[in-house]
Write a protein that binds this ligand. Structure first.
Ligand code: PPS
Length: 288
């Protein structure tokens, strides 16, 4: 059983050993190129999926070319900007620089709000996020082992997890969406019609792929295919990072798994909080 590793930082939380607060504070000063791409997610909302799709778009659908790149996971190729050491490598990296982040808006490069670079925000219905996050806490050795589902439910509702409040994260990013070159997409849209979402990404990112190449991007980013790709399923990361015996990173990949976990009372309470928090945010989710 692992202990709490969260460190409060300016109204957010960081993971000790993974993030350095001073380094995180420098991110807002980064110079941004127009070719830079940031994928923003609350944890468990489709980060690895986006890493896979962006790599494939860049490689024009050629999965073999990605497999040949030296890396232990997709995350080595499109890293989190907030992880230790990542900011320094970003500064000198060749274009296009593609990064992911779970950070709240206030930490991000201020140049993004001058419409430099591109931002893709991927949102997932938060009941499914909660369930996915629960299983991830068992798998990931950098996070506290949850006592049980009910205990984790309370922690998530309090925002007492890495990423803090789901509501705060999405509301703040969403409220700034018109200041940035931002494409807002949901995990559920990706599940329901991956080909058209991939097409939208290609247009937004100004990538010219022919129909066959686009079809290959889609083919290699389905759940079933990604599950078989070790670098997309974090199979090669060391045991001290992931307790591989606890399960797979690519766990279920569906809409509505919360129904198998939430009690009726938990679901009703969640709905109440959702309606209160999201009253002024015109976002609609697909829940099952
Ligand atoms: S993390 O740890 O924050 O980076 O996790 P993240 O990658 O954001 O989210 C992991 C969940 O996304 C699911 N996933 C997919 N679902 C459908 N199709 C594809 N291709 C896909 N790739 C990843 C993954 O299975 C996790 O969700 P759950 O519900 O746990 O299965």
């Amino acid at each position: 059983t692992r202990e709490n590793v969260l460190v409060p930082h300016r109204g957010f939380t960081l993971i000790s050993g993974t993030h350095d607060p001073d380094d995180v504070d420098q991110i807002q000063h980064l110079e941004i190129r127009d070719s830079d791409v940031f994928v923003v997610t609350y944890p468990k909302s489709g980060t690895i999926w986006m890493q896979q799709i962006l790599l494939l778009l860049e490689a024009k659908g050629d999965m073999a070319a990605i497999s040949r790149l030296s890396s232990s996971s997709n995350a080595d190729l499109i890293p989190w900007i907030e992880v230790n050491g990542s900011r320094q490598t970003f500064i000198t990296a060749p274009s296009p620089r593609m990064r992911v982040t779970h950070l709240q808006f206030k930490f991000m490069p201020s140049a993004l709000s001058q419409k430099k670079g591109k931002v893709i925000y991927v949102a997932r219905n938060p009941k499914d996020v909660l369930v996915s996050y629960f299983y991830f806490h068992k798998l990931a050795n950098m996070l506290e082992t949850p006592k049980d589902f009910d205990d984790f439910f309370e922690k998530f509702m309090r925002g007492d997890v890495f990423g803090c409040s789901w509501f705060e994260h999405i509301k703040t990013w969403y409220s700034h969406k018109d200041d940035m070159n931002m494409l807002f997409i949901t995990y559920e849209e990706m599940i329901q019609d991956l080909p058209s979402v991939v097409q939208r990404f290609a247009v937004f990112l100004e990538k010219e792929l022919n129909p066959e190449q686009l079809a290959n991007v889609v083919k290699h980013s389905t759940f079933n295919n990604m599950k078989k790709i070790p670098k997309a399923n974090y199979e090669q990361v060391p045991d001290d990072l992931f307790s591989h015996k606890e399960g797979r990173f690519m766990r279920k990949g569906t809409i509505g798994d919360w129904k198998h976990h939430f009690t009726v009372a938990q679901s009703e309470r969640f709905d109440q909080v959702f309606h209160r928090e999201m009253e002024d945010t015109p976002l609609h989710f697909i829940w099952d």
